[in-house]
Design a protein around this ligand. Structure first.
Ligand code: 9D3
Length: 259
């Protein structure tokens, strides 16, 4: 896949592109990531990329010209291309979007700064607008890295062997079960007996139950979306019963940091 990023801050991407799984995918030629500095396409003695909003108001708007010329300069690769604007007004980025994007030949990611980009760029040249969630950032660069990261790991060959765990629980629509590794006893806390039993069917069932328990407690919205099979429904009924007997109807927390 070819990934083009248009940004005023290309240097923000260098550590991300060189390290870890994405770095390895780049070096192995599985994804070709190119950075375009929008400022190189700005004109005038000051290479201005932003200007005051027509109609007045606070903040600055990214001028259309430099973004337009940066877009024109980008080589077209393949048939399936999408030009994506990272913006708080976009559709929420989620795993299903990452899967769709991973099937494209080329993605062009435009990172906005300031209050946003001139509307004529959005209307004329953008196929898709993406937000990564409802919190306020300073620009589209971190969102672009998040999209690039989530999409890259889905490209065939990027995750090798043991890591190609594409049915990991988020794909499954459930939270993960708890993980343990050595030592067997850490700070007086033991690894659950069942995981040492060697009984693979019992382990599978325990993990499934723990996944469902965690999802029920922490992300009931995920459980509502999911169709459960008979085993899952039985496990959920048991978990509900245990938790009601323990008197835990819901975690009455009022703010995320409350203890
Ligand atoms: C004052 C109104 N703000 C809209 C919520 C203006 C504004 C805030 C932050 C305009 C741009 C930005 C910069 N953010 C992004 O470019 C951005 C973003 C984000 O802030 N949150 C989640 N996803 C994204 S994708 C791009």
């Amino acid at each position: 896949m070819r990934l083009d990023v248009l940004t005023l801050f290309p240097d923000l991407f260098t550590p991300f592109l060189n390290e870890s799984i994405v770095g390895r995918a780049v070096r192995r030629g599985l994804v070709d990531i190119r950075l375009t500095n929008i400022r190189s396409f700005a004109r005038g003695p000051h290479h201005t990329t932003d200007d005051r909003p027509y109609g007045g108001g606070d903040g600055m708007v990214m001028k259309p010209g430099p973004i337009f010329r940066a877009l024109q300069s980008i080589e077209r690769i393949g048939e399936k291309r999408r030009v994506i604007l990272l913006t708080p007004q976009g559709i929420r980025f989620e795993q299903s979007v990452a899967w769709e994007l991973s099937r494209m030949d080329q993605l062009v990611l435009i990172c906005g700064r300031y209050e946003g980009v001139d509307e004529r760029i959005r209307k004329g040249y953008v196929d898709l607008e993406i937000s990564i969630g409802d919190y306020v950032l300073t620009g589209g660069e971190l969102p672009a890295m998040i999209v690039a990261d989530a999409v890259t790991r889905l490209i065939p060959g990027v995750l090798g062997g043991e890591n190609s765990n594409l049915e990991d629980s988020f794909e499954e629509g459930l939270l993960e079960y708890p993980h343990y590794t050595r030592p067997r006893i850490f700070q007086n806390e033991e690894v659950p007996e069942v995981l040492l039993s060697g009984d693979h069917e019992k382990i599978r069932k325990w993990r499934r139950a723990e996944s469902i328990r965690r999802t029920f407690q922490k992300r009931p919205d995920l459980l509502e979306k999911k169709e459960l099979n008979r085993e899952d429904k039985e496990l959920l009924a048991e978990i509900r019963k245990e938790l009601t007997e323990a008197g835990v109807e819901k975690n009455g927390k009022t703010t995320p940091l409350a203890k």
